[in-house]
Design a binder for this molecule. Structure first.
Ligand code: ADP
Ligand code: MG
Length: 382
């Protein structure tokens, strides 16, 4: 019975439980051997650009992206920066407008350097995913986001067999999914939304956290071992979201070994009102201060309402920016800041409500923030 299951699960590549165990043992020995030998550059996939590693002071790498004045002790430690012989397609570009908080950055960089994982926890749209991307950009590391909430199938993440034609004959060939591609590089892997993980992918994620390689049952139990510099970061929403598994339950469910690999659970939140206004005015040309403040305040009120369960729609910074850009555009057309602000808030924020009741609730929050500037008898669904 078990043999049949294994044969089915591996498309007859593995015939029996005995064979599977033998393969797993051999794979384990291989991992031990490779770990002993230490991985060298030759472990990089073919045609991959080559790299060298230089050590730089973290403060020099990040200083232009920290909005506050750096204290002498801030980020005063070396980090490894990967320098490629030609641009690596998976290394993200630096987004100059993205800002970091030195205090949060320190444990994250330390984890990356020392082979620990760190988990970033915070509400949707506060910048968790982007911080992992932007750290990769500055450290020259290839970056991969692995969503485990079901957005991507296991086949895309781990890999699978494909029919290919070789020398005129059709044959099946294994292709690596993004997790396997990432693991062969000195990459930063963002395991995204770990508290909403699909159970099947959750298991895969745990293998990633533990860092001993991923066993690919589909491919004869082959083990893909991680590049020694691969760094794992995980992101999660705050505990107790109604539609996701709660973080507390997730942590409870992790084995001791998995939990051990997470050195830090770092709390993230939206920027303060003052910083968000500053940020948005830096990014959006010709945005009146009043408009920026109104939009950020409405966003703040919506985030509180979301936390209290009164709204279902989040208001991420991405939407703040879209709203601000549209408001700046409208201001140039209408020559009336207030009208332009109302127009943009209505079109971009109020209309995002998932139904009329929610749109009405959002309009009410906007009215509270803008007072008499918000038109009294407005149809909230223009
Ligand atoms: N500190 C920041 N500086 C600049 N942009 C930010 C910052 N934090 C968040 N953002 C922007 O907010 C948007 C949402 O961020 P994202 O990383 O997707 O959030 P999360 O993963 O927490 O849901 C992105 O467009 C990101 O660039
Ligand atoms: Mg995210």
């Amino acid at each position: 019975m078990a043999d049949t299951v294994i044969q089915q699960g591996t498309s007859k590549r593995i015939g029996s439980v005995e064979e599977l165990i033998k393969k797993l043992r051999a794979a384990e020995d291989e991992v031990v051997r490779l770990k002993k030998e230490g991985l060298t550059k030759s472990a990089l996939p073919e045609n991959e650009p080559t790299y060298t590693i230089v050590r730089k002071l973290a403060r020099d790498v990040f200083k232009d992206a920290i909005p506050t004045k750096l204290q002498p002790s801030d980020l005063n430690f070396p980090v490894e920066v990967v320098v490629w012989n030609e641009p690596h397609p998976k290394v993200p570009v630096i987004r100059p407008e993205f800002t970091f908080d030195a205090e949060k950055l320190t444990p994250i960089l330390w984890s990356i350097e020392n082979g620990y994982n760190s988990a970033l926890v915070g509400p949707p749209g506060c910048g968790k995913t982007t911080i992992t991307e932007q750290i990769a950009a500055r450290l020259g590391r290839p970056w991969f986001r692995i969503p485990i909430d079901g957005e991507m199938r296991r086949r895309e993440i781990v890999g699978g067999f494909k029919q290919v034609v070789e020398n005129g004959a059709s044959t099946t060939k294994w292709f690596d999914g993004i997790a396997l591609q990432a693991m062969k590089l000195p990459a930063i892997i963002d395991v995204d939304e770990i508290d909403r993980g699909d159970p099947d992918l959750q298991y895969l994620a745990h293998q990633l956290y533990e860092g001993n390689g991923i066993t690919i049952l589909e491919d004869e139990g082959r083990v893909v071992y991680p590049h020694p510099k691969v760094a794992i970061m995980a992101t999660a929403n705050t505990k107790g979201r109604a539609d996701g598994m709660n973080l507390y339950a997730l942590v409870q469910e992790m084995s001791e070994a998995t939990r051990d690999r997470f050195a830090f659970w770092i709390d993230f939140d939206y920027q303060t009102e003052e910083n968000e206004v500053k940020q948005i005015r830096k990014e959006v040309q010709n945005l009146p201060l009043n408009t920026a403040t109104n939009i950020v305040r409405i966003a703040g009120a919506m985030r509180i309402a979301l936390r209290e369960g009164k709204l279902r729609s989040a208001f991420s910074y991405r939407q703040v920016k879209a709203c601000a850009r549209y408001a700046a555009f409208q201001t140039a057309i209408l020559h009336d800041e207030t009208k332009a602000c109302v127009e943009s808030v209505k079109k971009i924020i109020v209309n995002r409500g998932s139904d009329e009741a929610e749109s009405g609730a959002i309009a009410e929050l906007a009215r509270k923030v803008m007072g008499d500037d918000w038109p009294a008898e407005e149809n909230v669904n223009p």
